[in-house]
Design a binder for this molecule. Structure first.
Ligand SMILES: [Mg+2]
Length: 281
């Protein structure tokens, strides 16, 4: 149906639009009023509910599968056996109920002692597409090596094995699962695996899951520059999954990847979140 507006209606509409544009922030609380909000909420609402978060896992595992299929098709007699190296947390396993507990208990930063209690309870879930991809590797003779940085003391490895078995991950034994307690440097173990195997692809949610050179603290731009140097490897040798709540990207901001909950750290987080910011109307 054609619309008709009288000149008076049009003028009124223009005036109303101008008023609305002149006062776009009127309905928004000021930053000071907004201060007590939990900075985890957006990231966790996304992790807990969005189809996009889950689709990015399928996307990553589909890409990884393509590379494995290609490597299988290109195999020649005498080649090293094929392998995949994967990180564990936020790559193969999800920890959604841990984060939900943090939110429900009013916490806004990762808390290591609680993590250690939670992880021992085997409440992990499989990342979407992870088990299907890992089973595809196992069924086609491609070894899967799980390399994780975790420290729950002496039972660290047993907890990791138990977590992976709980979700039905294949090939979970002490030869294929490495739990690094003392350091987050995975490169030594990765290089050992590369000596004996042709590693088709590495999977992780943290650049440090691929190479140690990405572990850069207190330098956001330096870390981004290191990533750009290897831009051709993403989606190729490296398959990266999303993680907006934890990882070494936090060390670039805070100097450590598990910064304590403090007013100073909340301020640093706010500065990071407004690193690029319009000055406003
Ligand atoms: Mg991880």
């Amino acid at each position: 149906m054609p619309s008709f507006k009288s000149p008076i209606v049009s003028v009124c509409a223009s005036v109303l639009a101008a008023i609305a544009l002149a006062q776009p922030l009127a309905a928004q609380p000021s930053p000071a009023e907004n201060e007590p909000g939990n900075p985890l909420l957006y990231a966790l609402a996304w992790k807990q509910t969005s189809a996009e978060y889950r689709a990015l896992y399928h996307q990553g595992f589909n890409i990884a599968r393509l590379h494995v299929q290609q490597a299988l098709a290109q195999r020649q007699p005498g080649d090293k056996p094929l392998a995949v190296i994967t990180d564990v947390d936020d790559t193969v396993l999800h920890a959604l109920s841990y984060w939900g507990y943090l939110v429900n208990s009013g916490r806004d930063f990762f808390e290591d002692p609680l993590w250690d209690q939670w992880i021992a309870e085997n409440l992990v879930t499989a990342a979407p597409g992870a088990i299907e991809f890992l089973n595809y590797c196992a069924e086609n003779g491609v070894s899967v090596f799980y390399v994780t940085s975790r420290d729950q003391g002496e039972p660290t490895l047993q907890i990791a094995l138990s977590n992976l078995r709980t979700v039905g991950a294949p090939g979970v034994d002490e030869q294929h699962v490495t739990a690094l307690r003392e350091s987050s440097n995975k490169e030594i173990r990765q290089d050992e695996i590369m000596q004996s195997h042709q590693v088709v692809v590495m999977l992780g949610d943290n650049l440090n899951d691929f190479r140690r050179k990405f572990y850069i603290r207190d330098d956001v731009d330096g870390r981004i520059a290191a990533m750009e140097e290897d831009r051709d490897k993403f989606g190729m040798q490296y398959v990266l999954f999303p993680n907006p709540t934890d990882g070494h990207w936090l060390a670039a901001i805070f100097g450590e990847s598990e910064p304590p909950a403090s007013a100073a750290n909340r301020q640093l987080l706010k500065q990071a979140a407004s690193r690029s910011a319009w000055e406003g109307p």
